[in-house]
Design a protein around this ligand. Structure first.
Ligand SMILES: O=C(O)c1cc(=O)[nH]c(=O)n1[C@@H]1O[C@H](COP(=O)(O)O)[C@@H](O)[C@H]1O
Length: 279
């Protein structure tokens, strides 16, 4: 079985270092001339799949925008995931799950067990109930070749109050998360399956990402104000592991399929200029 890290490494080599999010904000639905209902959501998601599913390495549906429409929205999420996988994109479901371990086990089954309807290649998870509480996710990911991206240093301005706080041993809370995830990737080649989320907006915070061994998802580009050039400041020597992620910046070019493709191509060109090939 090929690990998620190996599959991601290959996808980025073939398609380039880019993740595009599917975040159907009500404002974007309106700009695309779509209704703010399940039908509009379905059309939006299908358009993104048609435009980008066969060319972008990773597509990241944001679950919240599908859950807004209840069972119909989740059914559309299921079919969006299938369509993306059929077109060869890796699907990273942005759900930012985190809970006590026994409940995390159920989340892990929902997203990382290949027999389940919402099965995806990888999910986002929150470690702020303790990294150890996510163990069932790590176990199921390892068992089935999936991936988990754990929040470390998030792109929002509220993040540092929690993430930069000092743990008992003097490290920042985020650094403890970074170090624990690094251990999970020990010896993984060519890339570990356990990633971290580090916002492109955060500047140089002095955190040590040099031993992570897995992918570094970098949201916050475009709509939140960061540019590809900012990745240099945030990631320094760890740039080869960075997977830049854009949502509104690319989606705003729709609904025209050619315009969406051109926006993704521009984003990819900006990222290629900064992010060297993965080691
Ligand atoms: O895990 C994420 O993807 C994430 C982490 C983070 O620190 N900041 C962040 O913006 N995100 C997600 O990345 C997407 C950013 O969207 P845009 O600001 O439109 O590019 C949203 O779906 C956020 O939920």
């Amino acid at each position: 079985m090929e690990t998620f890290g190996a599959r991601l490494h290959r996808a980025v080599a073939e398609r380039g270092p880019l993740c595009v999010g599917i975040d159907p904000h009500p404002g974007l639905l309106a700009r695309w001339g779509l209704s703010d209902d399940a039908e509009g959501l379905d059309r939006f998601a299908r358009t993104v799949v048609d435009a980008l599913g066969d060319r972008v390495a990773v597509v990241k549906p944001q679950s919240a925008f599908f859950e807004r429409f209840g069972a119909r929205g989740v059914a559309i999420l299921e079919s969006t995931i299938r369509q993306l996988r059929d077109r060869g994109a890796l699907v990273l479901l942005d759900v930012k799950r985190g809970d006590i371990g026994s409940t995390v086990r159920a989340y892990a089954e929902a997203y990382l067990d290949p027999s389940r309807p919402l099965y995806v290649d990888a999910v986002t998870a929150s470690p702020y109930l303790g990294v150890g509480s996510l163990a069932p996710m790590f176990e199921l990911a390892a068992e089935h070749g999936g991936g988990v991206f754990v929040l470390a240093l998030t792109s929002n301005p509220e993040g540092p109050a929690v993430q930069h706080a000092r743990a008992a041993d003097g490290r920042s809370v985020a650094q403890t998360v970074i170090d624990e995830i690094s251990q999970l990737n020990a010896d993984a080649q060519p890339l570990g399956s356990f990633g971290l989320v580090v916002g492109a907006t955060i500047g140089d915070t002095g955190h040590d990402l040099s031993r992570v061994g897995g992918p570094l998802l970098a949201p916050g580009l475009g709509a939140q104000g960061a540019t590809a050039a900012d990745l240099r400041t945030v990631f320094g020597a760890s740039l080869p592991a960075v997977l830049p992620s854009y949502s509104r910046e690319v989606l705003g070019a729709g609904p025209d399929v050619a315009a969406l493709r051109a926006a993704a191509d521009r984003a990819l060109a900006d990222c290629r200029a900064v992010v060297p090939p993965m080691n």
